[in-house]
Design a protein around this ligand. Structure first.
Ligand code: ADP
Ligand code: MG
Length: 349
């Protein structure tokens, strides 16, 4: 399995409107890597450049230190799985999976062995003679995955492969695809606009917006320590509170805000004292009177969602969203005390 290195890759389709500014990316061998970003940010373009379907304007792509920037797609040993499956309707499942192997000159018995093994991996053993049109969406996507796996690729590329499936099937396929990639130690690059998909499946994620990588990190790093407001909002519900850093003793970070002084366990880089504090709704805890970073607020409204409730609260004119575990009725106008642990007070530049 190959490590993938992208260096200085840029692309514009039309003069004056760049899709990708020169960007660098390093994907380890065997890593399950995600490109996450809003629709139109250039994720598919970057994936197609890695696959060889789109020519970059600048930069290089390497697989295991071999520069493949000018190598035709069919020689790269990178296979792609698409959102719309892209199966041949006139061929059987077996023929679809065998297609890539026969075109590269693989013959029986190796051919038969590889096709059967790939179909077993995606749990479609016994479906050889079926036509894609007689299968469900989930089964068709498994065939597409089997076809990509059968050629034993160096790199597996997946472009929103689950977007056409219903929610329940998507959940099952997430677990399944990750299992298959991990069992084979495949290097996989997976494109999605769905943060839950990325958070639940990825080893690491690159968040893309405005033609550049905003941040790269593990799901936990991106969710808990986002580098900026865009990454914070894209990865989950966010409360932003503006504040001013107070001059403090070494090793202590205190921000003056509308809801009081908030102590953060995190270091703030030197520079502008004006800052924005990020607090995730589930990190605002109800009713801890003596904890640091406590404040009073009025419940303005909320919704009961079963395992959680979401409250809109107001503290000194600052509106925040709070997620509370468990079913408990609270009335608008009720005054409560809240607190935030210092490690959950995240400062954004
Ligand atoms: P994403 O996959 O993140 O939704 P794309 O890479 O598909 O984004 O597209 C990025 C931008 O490039 C979009 O504005 C899209 O319209 C444009 N684009 C993509 N492919 C082409 C193309 N072949 N010709 C011209 N513009 C394109
Ligand atoms: Mg796309």
């Amino acid at each position: 399995m190959a490590a993938v290195i992208v260096k200085g890759i840029s692309k514009q389709y039309q003069a004056g409107s760049p899709v990708l500014l020169p960007l660098d990316m390093c994907i380890n061998s065997g890593e399950f890597f995600f490109l996450l970003g809003p629709s139109g940010c250039g994720k598919s373009t970057l994936l197609r450049i890695i696959a060889g379907f789109v020519k970059p304007d600048t930069g290089t792509v390497s697989f295991d230190q071999q520069d493949i920037t000018h190598m035709p797609p069919e020689r790269r040993q990178a296979t792609m799985v698409f959102q719309n499956y892209a199966l041949w309707p006139h061929m059987t499942v077996y023929e679809n999976v065998a297609f890539g192997l026969t075109t590269s000159g693989i013959k029986n018995p190796e051919l038969d062995h590889s096709v059967k093994a790939a179909l077993e991996t995606v749990q479609l053993g016994g479906y050889d003679e079926r036509r894609p049109t007689s299968l469900s969406g989930g089964q068709q996507q498994r065939v597409a995955l089997a076809r990509a796996l059968a050629v034993n690729p160096k790199v597996l590329l997946l472009d929103e492969p689950l977007s056409n499936l219903d929610a329940r099937l998507r959940d099952t396929m997430r677990v399944e695809i990750r299992r298959i990639c991990k069992e084979r130690s495949l290097t996989a690059i997976y494109v999605t606009h769905d943060r839950k998909e990325a958070l639940s499946m990825a080893d690491r994620i690159a968040v893309i917006d405005n033609g550049t990588i905003q941040q790269t990190g593990t799901p936990e790093e991106l969710y808990n320590r986002p580098a900026n407001r865009f990454v914070a909002s894209f990865l989950g519900e966010s409360n932003f509170v503006s504040g001013t850093l107070l001059p403090c003793k070494k090793g202590e970070t205190v921000v003056e805000t509308a809801i009081g002084n908030l102590t953060s366990a995190l270091q703030m880089p030197e520079g502008n004292p004006e800052t924005t504090v990020l607090v995730r709704p589930e990190n605002i805890l109800l009713g801890s009177g003596v904890a640091p970073n406590s404040f009073d607020a009025i419940i303005e409204g909320g919704v009961f969602l079963g395992e959680t409730s979401v409250w809109n609260i107001n503290s000194n004119g600052c509106r925040l969203t709070v997620t509370e575990l468990g079913a408990r009725q609270r009335r608008p106008g009720e005054k409560c005390r809240f607190s935030i642990a210092p490690e959950n007070v995240v400062l954004l530049v």
